[in-house]
Design a protein around this ligand. Structure first.
Ligand SMILES: Cc1cc2nc3c(=O)[nH]c(=O)nc-3n(C[C@H](O)[C@H](O)[C@H](O)COP(=O)(O)OP(=O)(O)OC[C@H]3O[C@@H](n4cnc5c(N)ncnc54)[C@H](O)[C@@H]3O)c2cc1C
Length: 306
């Protein structure tokens, strides 16, 4: 089947912020062949391209994106003992849920993380001190310059806190294999429920947002004379939500965007916000935090079309 190429497709509906203008071209893909065809199409038009997973960590500009947005809609997940294969387009929570039903432990923490496997691998999504890379076995990638498909073994990958080789390299993630640990099924389910309960307690779930806007800055990035609570020294990172709260920006509103009262790192599209509203709120939070703490917050969210 030839790929379907849509022109001027509104992107807001493909993001959890529900914000943003159209893509010049938008191509949903269901297979690796489709992806290669979509990348070739972008090259033939001399346009940049970008992959969109669940759009749960992305802010699209009000003007949209003047390139090709490729959306991987292959949701394949398959199991071979403790080894799990998931297409980059697979929904992360679905993979985790299916693993837990089989008593496969390792990513129970990720059930409450929306988006796709591709997005989680690129951003090394994580929570509660755990992250995606701890369970990764290998990653199937496409090299866009040569259209070569190959497997990257775990020891060829580099990653860090919300960071991976894929943030510094044009490789396209096609799929990932995860290695889980078989444990008692009931224990696995309990783990998932405990993590989910902790997440619900601290985060405004079900709202139009993109999760945490900022990465948590490392304790060593603060000037020496800034006083911080002792527990942050043990954890090494200072929660960005706490910093935003300290500069009294919880509940702050600009246009239709507001900072959550429940979690200072969650910026919400509360009332038909524009991307410009969100960017103003982000700028304000960065300025205030810098003035008070001497640290520059770095975005975890991805900007598209700015
Ligand atoms: C309510 C809520 C709670 C959240 N909680 C958490 C949390 O606890 N922990 C956490 O880490 N994050 C959290 N997030 C953020 C988000 O869910 C994660 O970052 C998620 O992994 C993003 O996946 P996605 O598919 O939506 O990525 P997208 O937003 O679609 O894309 C993100 C980036 O990945 C790139 N990308 C996507 N697919 C591919 C691919 N196949 N190849 C190459 N690049 C690709 C995109 O180009 C983009 O640069 C939360 C978000 C929300 C809305």
């Amino acid at each position: 089947m030839p790929i379907s190429i849509r022109e001027n497709e509104p992107l807001a509906r493909y993001t959890t912020f529900k914000i943003g203008g159209p893509a010049r071209f938008f191509i949903p893909t269901k297979s690796e062949e489709d992806i290669i065809e979509a990348v070739r199409f972008a090259a033939s038009q001399n346009l940049p391209y970008i992959f969109l997973g669940g759009g749960t960590n992305t802010l699209v500009s009000d003007e949209g994106y003047r390139g090709v947005v490729i959306r991987n809609e292959d949701r394949t997940v398959s199991f071979n003992g403790p080894l799990v294969y998931a297409s980059a387009g697979a929904i992360l929570a679905v993979m985790v849920h299916e693993a837990v039903q089989r008593g496969l432990s390792g990513m129970e923490w990720a059930f409450g993380v929306p988006g796709t496997v591709g997005g989680a691998v690129r951003g090394n999504a994580g929570a509660f001190g755990l992250s995606t890379y701890e369970s990764i076995y290998r990653v199937r990638v496409l090299q866009p310059d040569s259209y070569r498909v190959r497997m990257l073994d775990r020891d060829e990958l580099t990653w860090g806190y919300r960071d991976s080789i894929f943030k510094h390299n044009p490789l396209i993630i096609l799929a990932a294999e995860f290695m889980f640990t078989p444990i008692d099924i009931e224990q696995c389910k309990t783990n998932l429920e405990l993590y989910l309960a902790r997440k619900k307690e601290s985060q405004p779930l079900g709202k139009e947002c993109a999760g945490c806007v900022f990465k948590n800055p490392h304790i060593q990035s603060f000037p020496k004379d800034v006083s911080l609570p002792i527990e942050f020294f043990q954890k090494e990172y200072v929660p960005a939500g706490w910093l935003v709260e300290q500069v009294n920006l919880k509940h702050h509103v600009i246009g239709g965007a507001t900072i959550s009262g429940k979690h200072g790192n969650f910026f919400l599209n509360a009332n038909h916000a524009t991307a410009a509203d969100v960017v103003q709120l982000i700028t304000l939070a960065k300025e205030r935090v810098y003035e008070k703490f001497g640290v520059t917050l770095e975005e975890e969210i991805v900007y598209l079309g700015f």
